[in-house]
Write a protein that binds this ligand. Structure first.
Ligand code: KIV
Length: 269
């Protein structure tokens, strides 16, 4: 029997989805989850949100390049179809275009990922242009930028005032002209998400940015309900896995305490 050849999506496949079909994207970081997600998603982002979801940090600022490289390798090696994008961590690209190129090229060459995501608007357009001209495909990220949490004080919706709205549209246009192949738009009102989407030729991928974006992204741990504590209010949970895990571990505990052998079959039989 001939095996069906599965081709990994490219940045131009994603770009050409604008006004053609919606883009399905999820952040995930492990081999097990990304294997399943690969059957359905166009893009898998190995996002620095892993600092909070997997490692229990308060924000994304302490995530390192090494952490993203290890998780990036796991995801690339476990998937065949989705375009894999890896985040640039805080502190690894802001100093200069050269620093951004060094970090991006190391992440791409070590993981085999297809593209890099970085947070920033107008102020990062020349860095984005520099990277794209040197062969690094870039996904932008505007609106709420979690790496700016120390400036904003908290994770909060963006683009509320008319000057903030203008700035977000300016950011979108500027990084679009700099050459991003798509951009995440995070935590803005639906009408602003729509305005941004209609103002640029590049696909927008919304998270808490309303239905009119060209695609949607969620963090897989959030939408799978892997935990019971805080999740952003715009996140729809498609499962409540923490309940299943809790039930399974409780059953296991009861069996061990009641001296039931916790194995389906005794291997010594
Ligand atoms: O780090 C991440 O997972 C992200 C998405 C939430 C867009 O940036």
């Amino acid at each position: 029997m001939t095996e069906k050849l599965i081709k990994r999506l490219t940045v131009s496949d994603i770009f050409s989805k604008k006004n053609a079909s919606k883009i399905v994207a999820l952040s995930c970081y492990s081999s097990q989850i990304s294997k399943i997600v690969d059957n359905y998603a166009d893009i898998i982002l190995v996002g620095d949100s892993l600092g909070m979801t997997l490692y229990g940090h308060k924000n994304t600022l302490s995530v390192t390049k090494e952490m993203l490289i290890e998780h990036g390798k796991a995801v690339v090696n476990s998937t065949k179809k989705a375009l894999i994008v890896v985040d640039l961590p805080f502190g690894s690209y802001e100093k200069s275009k050269e620093q951004a190129f060094e970090t991006s090229s190391e992440i791409i060459s070590q993981t085999g990922a297809c593209a890099i995501k970085l947070e920033g608007g107008v102020e990062f357009s020349s860095t984005i242009k520099f990277l794209v001209e040197r062969g690094i495909p870039i996904m932008g990220h505007i609106g709420l930028m979690p790496q700016r949490v120390k400036i904003n004080g908290k994770f909060t919706a963006h683009g509320k005032s008319s000057s903030q709205k203008r700035k977000i549209i300016q950011d979108a246009k500027s990084i679009s002209s700099a050459g991003v192949f798509s951009m995440v738009v995070e935590a803005v009102k639906e009408n602003l998400g729509k305005l941004v989407t209609n103002s640029i030729p590049v696909p927008t991928i919304g998270i808490g940015a309303g239905r009119y974006c060209d695609g949607q992204i969620l963090v897989s741990d959030d939408m799978l309900g892997l935990f019971d504590d805080f999740t952003p209010k715009f996140v729809k949970k498609y499962a409540f896995l923490y309940k299943e895990i809790d039930k399974a571990v409780k059953n296991y505990q009861q069996e061990v305490l009641n001296e039931k052998f916790p194995s389906k079959k005794n291997i010594y039989d």
